[in-house]
Structure formats: C-alpha cells, structure tokens
Ligand binder design. Sequence first.
Ligand code: SF4
Length: 658
Amino acid sequence: MAERFGGWTGKNLRVDLGRGQVWTEPSLELGCRYIGGRGVAARIAWEEVPPGTRPFDPANRLIIAAGPLTGTSAPNSSRTTICTLSPQAYPFEWFTYSSIGGFWGPMLKYAGYDTIIIQGRSPEPVYLWINDDRVELRSATRLWGEGIGGTQREIMRELGEDVRVMAIGPAGENLCRISTIGTGAGSAAGQGGFGAVMGAKRLKAIAVRGTGEIPIAHPEAFSDCTLAIAQAAEAPAGCPRRQSLDPELVAQYGQRFSACSQQCAYPRCHICRAYDGVPGVLHPDKTYSGQIVCVSSLLGGEPGSFYDWKTGFRAGFELGRISDDYGINHWELCIGLVPWLRRCHQEGLLRDLDGVPFDLDSPQCWARLLHMIAYREGIGDALAEGGVRAAHLLGMGEELIPDSYTAWGFAGHWDGRGDRANLIVFPYWLVTALQWAVSTRDPMSSGHGYAQNIMMWSPMRSPGEGLDWQELADVGEKVYGTRQAVHPLSGYEAKAYPAVFHGHRSVIKDSLTLDDQAYPRIYSKRTPDHLARAGDMPGPSFEYHMFRLATGLDISELEFEQLAERVFNLERCLQIRNWGRSRTVDEQVIPCFERVENWVNPFLGEGKGLDRDRFASLLDEYYALRGWDPATGRPTRRKLVDLGLADVAAALDSELPL
Ligand code: SF4
C-alpha cells in the first residue's frame, strides 16, 4: 500500500435502490490491485454477479467508476467508465464496459468518490443526489418520460448550475437494448444498452456536486509530467484530432471545436464540434444548440460515402438532438441498424415503417424511426432490441446482418467490413479481428491504438504529412519488438502481440480513466526516431508515469502492465464462469472477417478475406502469449496465480473443472 497515496479519493459509494439505502466503503485496496474504473468493476462483478444474472435483474450491478487520474491535470482525463451486464450484447448478455466523456467523472472525484456501485430496483422512479458527503435518493416521478436534456436542465434548475448530471431518456425507461446514458451537451455511454439497465432499476439520473480536491502523491513531479505530456500532443493531418472548421458553418452556426474532456490536449479535434442557433427542419419554429460527437455527424448523411442519405446538416443536427434526448445509440443507428434496414428495403423485405414510407433522405422518416424505437411502437418494439435481435424477431434480413454487424450484437468498427467510415486494409485488420474475437463488445471504443494510429499516420491517410511505411515499421519495432508488426507486407506475421498490447492499453484507459483518442502515444513527426516522447519519457509509458506520480504506488512499468493483464484475465474468467466462454465462442468472429475487405492495400493490389487456418494459428499464438490454454482459450492456473488471482483460479477449477 502506498505510503502517501493520491489519485484515488479512498471511498466508494454503495447504493441499494430496493432498500433505499446508501453507504460508503474504502476503495484503496481495490484501486491498488485493479487500478480503478473498469478494473475495479471487474472485481466487483466477479464477487457479486453470479451466473444466471440478467441485465434487468435487481441483482445486476450498475457500476459507475472514475479512476485515479480522473479529474486531475492529466491530459484528456475526465472520462467515466460504466460497467454492467449488457442488454445490447448478443447472444450473451455479458458484463462489459462503456466509456462516457464530458465533465461528470471529475465532479464525482471532487465529491470524494472513486466508484458508485448500484444494486436493486427502486419501487418508484428516483434520482441519486450526491452533494459532497451528503447523498440521498430523491423522487423522479415527475422526470420520468423526460428526455436526457430536459432532465439535466430540470435537475440543474433545482440544485444549481454547478451540478453535473448523467441521465436516461425514454429509450432507457422503455428498456431499449440500444439505449444510452447521457451527460452534458452530447456525451454518452453509447454502446452496450446501459440506459436500459438504469431504466430497469428505475434510476432516472445521478446528480453530483463536488467541492473537494484530489490528493496527488507527488504533486510537483506530476504537474511537470502532465504538462510535458500535454505539450507533446501531436496528430497527423488525416487524423480526427487535427481538422479544420467549415467556414460556412462557422459563419452560420458558430461551429467550433469543443473538447468532450477536461484538459483536452487536442484543440483541433474534429470528433467534437459545437453549434448554436441551428434552425429545425422537423420543427421550423425551433432552433438547436449542442455538440456533434463522433458518428453523430452521419445523421446528416455524408455525400459520396456509403452513408449518403440526404437528410442534410440542419436535419441531421436536429435528429441528433432528438435521439440524444431519447437516449439512442448513434453508432448502432448509423453503422448498424439503418444500413441493415436500407438493405432490407432494397431487397424488398421492408416497404415502410408502419405506414411511413421508408426513405432515408426524409428527416420525417428518421424522426418516425427514432420515436418508434424509443417508445417501442410497432416495428420499433423489435428494433429497440438492436439490429441482430430485431432480424431474428422479425424474421427479416437475417442473412443481411453480417453486412453491418461484426460480432456480439455490435455493428462494425475498424473491421474493414461493417464499418464503412474508417479506412483500414489487410494486414492491419488482423489485429482488430483478434481484439473483436476476445472482446465482449465492439472493442474499438478504447482499442483504437493500433489500427487508427497506423492508418492515420500512414501515407494512406496523411500523404506527405504523416510517416512513410519504413518510419512506421521502425517505430513498430520499438513498440511491438518487430517491424513485421506494422509493415504493410507482413501478412499474418507478428499480429498477436499488438493485440495483447492494445488489449491491456484498453484496460488501462478505461481504468485510469483516459480518452481513447489521446493514448497510447506512439508515433511522432517531431522526434528523430518518430517514437512519441515527452522529455525522456517514451510515449507508450506516459500512462505509467502519470499513474505512479499521482498514486504514489511505487511499482515498475512491468508491474503496472501486469495490473492491466490481471484485469483482462479476470474479465475472461468472469466470461468463462458466467457464460461458458471458450475458443469456440471466440471463433464466432471468423465468418465476418472471411468476407473480402472494403478497401485494398496498395502494395497488394487486391482485396483480402481472412484465411481461417492462418487465423487459427494466429489465435494459437495469441493464447500462448496470454498464457491461455490453446484448446479452450482458458487462462491457465499458472497464469492466474502469477497474476495474483489464485482465488479466481481455485473458484474456476471448482465450479468448472477441466
Ligand atoms: S481529443 Fe478526445 S477529449 Fe479531446 S475532443 Fe477529441 S475525443 Fe474529445
């Protein structure tokens, strides 16, 4: 245990909605062993979510967690990680994670809490009010039915403008499996269907005010370190973190970059833009203000792309406000559900939406679709289950689902198939395929580190601005131990270790909590060897140094990495114990990747599909690196004991003897 700890507040908040009780418990021991955020949630789930528990059961735990860096001066450190059983995941409703931006997480830390663990179901709609060390459950009956935006405004009017609120909308109240939890002007825990878990618990919102400070073990060194890391931020031209504004939208609606995280080190990040006074199309008497975050821009359509519906900027912005207020997952909507519905329509399987002509150029059609999903009306009742379940329920277009959905009930993301927005080519999607194979959801929300970085720094997305293929491979050698991990002609060689590496990075980001887009820092145009650096700190070590200086935990970088490996293995054991996860389950991703990729590697000149046998060898390599049994994909007892999980190994062996 650290002599002088910092980063963590030292307290977790427990809430039992069924009994209407709240209490606190120490958080330090869990933090030191599992970092925070997603890591701490995995341990709580292992101990408190037995096999057979379902997402809407009162026994399900809803865990809302910050980490030791949340709310500190660490760049891009204000995310919150939410973990629970996923209504959206298919065919297993397994325990998974979803990250939300905005400024709610820091406020929880300033109020003195690292994690909130919520169990039970309230007899009546309530919201949780955390006012530093005063915590209470308040009636939310009058807020039930209200949108996420309206709920925030109402609670802030009641409690004060300095309060931060996360809330659900009608989609979450109606247990839509693709519903979100939202905060601020556009941030959401989008993937996983977690809004429905809050709805099932009749928990409408969580409001927090914190006036305290976060202790830092080595304040001066930490401040120097975080400043250096912020100043070292750079992004290549083709990267979303370095874009320019549209002069017309600037003139008309005050378009501006608007960071979705505290301490954001990327002032020109395109992922998050704000607008004011955008006149409505569906409601011409209204004007709208708010943010477009990430995929929400596709609601307006993208001319010349796969997502070329002609709703237009104004209608797209309005539909974004409407769906944010309902609390509907934009990634599922734009990358999965709507492309699938369009295919069904093109194939003559779907004529209209309960009488409204199916026309994606029509904002009215979209508005009808969103309403039907949020209120489970007509075909919307099936669509609220998410695309994969809807196809089965409706007996419509099941064969078309793989066009948009990659695995586990989630639409494609950096897979080179379902995701037609992010250009990626062979061999780089082999690492993505491994990440999807062992994930419980779309792994890219905190797993962009390999694929996006290479594509964005490469001549394919940043010709003349990024790095050339040789420079990329040089850096690959430093980070992954071989040039073959990054070389465009490397095929199946050296793809297992990057998947292991970025699996741990994903845990680290979701546990510290840091923004996925800003870490790990790998490539640079400013350093002689093109490896990112801040002073003498190599980029991939930034997270470790910030953790060590903030918490005071005197561990080596390898030991820090092993904390992440411990969490990754604990999550795997939970999946094995509760849902019988195995190699056979992992291999369910193969058919998706056997399809020929969307784009072509210019060095190869032809599109590639996955070679099942070669991928099987790659999976062998991956399991071996992980210390997992190659036949079953189960962590070996030796590996679990080495990671300090002897109790988990014993429980697994007794409950599921080999
Ligand atoms: S860099 Fe990250 S935190 Fe900053 S605006 Fe972009 S997505 Fe948000």
